[in-house]
Design a protein around this ligand. Sequence first.
Ligand SMILES: C[S@@+](CC[C@H](N)C(=O)[O-])C[C@H]1O[C@@H](n2cnc3c(N)ncnc32)[C@H](O)[C@@H]1O
Length: 223
Amino acid sequence: MSAIMMTGELKPLKIVIGIKKNRSHNTLLLKGKGLVDSLKRGDMKKYKTIVADPPWEPSISKILGPKWTHINKASPHKHYNVMKVEEICDLQIPSAPQAHLWIWALNQHIDWAYQVVRSWGFEPWQMLTWCKPGLGTGRFQCNTEQVILCRKGNRQGNPFGMTGGTWFSWPRGNHSTKPNAFYDLVERVSPPPYLELFGRRKRLGWDCWGNEVESDIELDSLQ
Ligand SMILES: C[S@@+](CC[C@H](N)C(=O)[O-])C[C@H]1O[C@@H](n2cnc3c(N)ncnc32)[C@H](O)[C@@H]1O
């Protein structure tokens, strides 16, 4: 731990180098990247709209074991690393005081998405359904996916645009890829600046963060 003295009337600013361990810790977080970076963090861009498609680990993968996770083409493990719900909750999201969040959920674990939404300081507002053409895999041949639209801050001056209903017939893409029509909807309903979390492709006018893309920002974690 180290401290620097600010000039004038200001009190010393405490800086912790490392990972923040508990939520009540209100000192400035540094990840060993140096003072200049850390001070810039204070001016960090705040996003009015955030899209998140987290790498959930479905409990079915624990029930069915490695046979399923490594063979079944629907298993996320075959496509990317997964994260625990607590790890996702602990991410420090750079949202504006008034902001919108669109978070994709697993049908089996809608509650996880609500947990993350609230730990990021948002309230769920509306669930929207992507209806996919044809049938999917598994017992239910699942052909729907849910995205929850959420709000942070007062509704005054922070309205949603018209969505045009609550279900959408959009084409399928590769595993877990969300259709362009979804991003078009976000841009109609929610204001810029836009940030995509766990993104894999850059979209014009958006910042992006994820481990498969050149990220525009760094995120801190409470863990
Ligand atoms: C469900 S996919 C997102 C798919 C994306 N919406 C699309 O349309 O292509 C989740 C992404 O999160 C990434 N991811 C997994 N663990 C991560 C971590 N610890 N930090 C950042 N990204 C991570 C995965 O590699 C994967 O790219």
